[in-house]
Write a protein that binds this ligand. Structure first.
Ligand code: IMP
Ligand code: MG
Length: 178
């Protein structure tokens, strides 16, 4: 499928599944090395991080614990800046190493909000693992610890990412057609 139509917009195939898998596998190896003897808590950021996290977990060779959070910050193809904490962590995080598994970091607003909220749980640390990163859109000073792929500031869907809830189940990543 070279093109898909979701709602009113057309998207073109942009990153093939195999290339995404390479990036996910490499992230899992790098994080494994970073975690050392620790048993990390992988905090999956729903909904978008779900597909990435499922593959990441399969590539991760070592003990780990999964937990989920959900923040809603987006409507349509633009970041709204408004944020809600819809699902909070269920694990005891105090003193534990936490890695946030994010599908994409765009402006960084969601990230800043989550890090601020997570600090209250007193984890040993929180490190950021993001499959995609749009450096041109990023507005924060917070360093990203692990990035799978840097991409231009264009809207993408697939592999967990949506356009108004559609497109998450696409195997490849598609870019909004100009
Ligand atoms: P930020 O707060 O601007 O960094 O946006 C982060 C969230 O917006 C991500 O977790 C995604 O849910 C969503 N998002 C940002 N860019 C895209 C995109 O290109 N496609 C789909 N969702 C996106
Ligand atoms: Mg979204």
């Amino acid at each position: 499928m070279e093109q898909v139509k979701l709602h009113d917009k057309v998207f073109e195939r942009y990153i093939p599944h195999a290339k995404i898998q390479e990036a996910v596998r490499s992230l899992a190896l790098r994080v494994r090395e970073d975690a050392g003897d620790r048993v990390p808590v992988f905090m999956v950021v729903l909904k978008g991080g779900m597909v990435f996290a499922a593959d990441f977990a399969k590539y991760y060779r070592g003990d780990m614990v999964l937990d989920y959070i959900r923040v809603k910050s987006y409507s349509g193809t633009r970041s709204t800046g408004r944020m809600e904490w819809l699902i909070e962590p269920s694990e005891q995080l105090k003193g534990r190493p936490v890695y946030l598994l994010e599908d994409i970091v765009d402006t960084g607003n969601t990230l800043a909000f989550m890090l601020d909220r997570l600090a209250a749980y007193e984890p040993a640390y929180v490190k950021i693992v993001s499959l995609f990163y749009k450096p041109e859109a990023y507005r924060k000073d917070i360093p990203l610890n692990f990035v799978g792929m840097e991409i231009p500031n264009k809207f993408i869907v697939g592999y967990g990412l949506d356009y108004d809830e559609l497109g998450r189940n696409l195997k490849d990543v598609y870019q909004l057609k100009a």
